[in-house]
Design a protein around this ligand. Structure first.
Ligand SMILES: Nc1ncnc2c1ncn2[C@@H]1O[C@H](COP(=O)(O)OP(=O)(O)OP(=O)(O)O)[C@@H](O)[C@H]1O
Ligand SMILES: [Mg+2]
Length: 222
């Protein structure tokens, strides 16, 4: 039991109400083990982002429970949820979502603001930029970086507070194949460091790199 890090039971997410309601996700049961590297695949609109948003507590299910490391996150209030998002999960968005007026280093530090921006945290942010191959780019703005470089800044940012769970939504979607391959290598490294990693992707190379593939079709696990 201890190595199940995420457990979903009868989870669904319905967007909207009445005749325009869309059931975007409907999962009867899903367990993810600690340290797994999992691909979430399926056609556009099948519910991949909806699932990642629920796991990252960016959204709540319409019904059901999501237990993360022994805690039902659907039962948490806003303050506890904020803590969960900050401390337990790192999210890598498809569109990078870097803050355009902040440097690469400041973007990596953003999850620590406004609480902790001490020397130790800054040193860690620099080390993470080195690890993703961006040494020397600390002061560059997102607009001065390529797509692959921005995605690597976003990965470093997701790692700043050393979360147990990493969620990546189409992390190679906007990249050419060389940059995409670099990102896949980074995700594999994170898995080897013991992180639990879920990657939503259409990219066959991502699926090939993962140990388990969840296929979604119309919101359900196939
Ligand atoms: N905020 C929303 N309001 C209403 N419907 C939504 C909303 N977000 C998503 N949907 C619908 O829910 C379904 C699942 O969407 P989701 O974004 O999870 O798909 P996806 O698998 O991530 O697709 P893609 O591969 O294109 O990113 C789709 O039918 C989508 O139109
Ligand atoms: Mg999506």
């Amino acid at each position: 039991m201890e190595d199940i890090v995420i457990s979903l039971k009868n989870v669904n997410r319905v967007y909207g109400r009445g005749p325009s309601a869309v059931k975007a996700l409907d999962i009867r049961s899903l367990d993810i083990n600690r340290g797994e590297l999992v691909a979430v695949t399926g056609p556009s609109g099948c519910g991949k982002t909806t699932l990642l948003n629920l796991l990252g507590a960016l959204d709540r299910p319409s019904h059901g429970s999501i237990v993360m490391a022994g805690k039902d996150i659907t039962a948490l209030g806003e303050t506890a949820l904020c803590r969960y998002r900050r401390e337990q999960v790192g999210i890598i968005f498809q569109a990078y979502c870097l803050l355009p007026t902040l440097s690469a280093l400041q973007n990596v530090l953003a999850p620590a603001l406004p609480f902790n921006n001490g020397r130790h945290t800054r040193e860690r942010a620099r080390e993470l930029l080195r690890r993703v191959g961006l040494k020397g780019a600390e002061k560059r703005l997102p607009g001065e970086l390529s797509g692959g470089e921005q995605q690597r800044v976003a990965i470093a940012r997701a790692l700043l507070l050393d979360p147990e769970l990493l969620l990546a939504d189409e992390p190679t979607g906007n990249l050419d194949s060389a940059n995409g391959a670099g990102i896949i290598e980074l995700l594999k490294d994170l898995h080897e460091m013991g992180k639990t990693v879920l990657v939503a992707s259409h990219d066959q190379r991502v699926a090939d790199a993962c140990h388990r593939i969840l296929r979604l079709a119309d919101g359900a696990l196939a």
